[in-house]
Design a protein around this ligand. Sequence first.
Ligand code: SF4
Ligand code: SF4
Ligand code: FES
Length: 231
Amino acid sequence: MQFRIYRYDPDKDTKPYMQDYDVEPEPSDRMLLDMLIRIKAQDDSLSLRRSCREGVCGSDAMNINGKNGLACITQLNELKQPVVLRPLPGLPVIRDLVVDMSQFFKQYHSIKPYLVNNDPPPEKERLQTPEERSTLDGLYECILCACCTTACPSFWWNPDKFVGPAGLLQAYRFLADSRDQATNDRLDNLEDPYRLFRCHSIMNCVDVCPKGLNPTSAIGRIKELLVRRAV
Ligand code: SF4
Ligand code: SF4
Ligand code: FES
């Protein structure tokens, strides 16, 4: 199989370049990550992140033939060759396929991604009905891989101001939680021309999410909550 991979080592390269690799898959190789591990065995100067190899940790997110995704759950037989691999767009490159995720996590932390409830803690746990719990389906499964946020043009242009789809999906995850008491503070935190309203519903985020989540719909629900609060 033929691969063309983005290479950049700021310690020795004056600018990025694409490097070609020709690698024979073994019969057991199914996923793109299997081939990346083979390529790395040939050329250990190639840098990439990976951990779980099960689509759970989110660390091997990259741009695969022009679309963000996770290498470990991308089937080899679905890939057009040469397979062109680049780092996630819109974040600074540390080296090769490894990006600096600081801005992504800064925006994620800005929405206070934890339950706020000032009632005295119950003896065991804060209960929800099955219906209340089910409102969190499609929200809690996010693995923070950043495929969505780094596919979003609004985030590319305003990474310091627009929360981005991953952060907004999580903002709605806590707004929708029957146990959370910070609804007004959460909405105040997002009622801003940039933080929420820079989303133009282009839906790149939905198109790339490897977990099949829908940040655009969550963003729409937050906008609805803001409208309802205003009337
Ligand atoms: S729908 Fe909104 S958040 Fe998603 S990619 Fe488009 S602008 Fe970004
Ligand atoms: S919403 Fe999907 S694409 Fe975005 S960070 Fe979460 S899992 Fe990744
Ligand atoms: S290695 Fe964990 S999601 Fe791919």
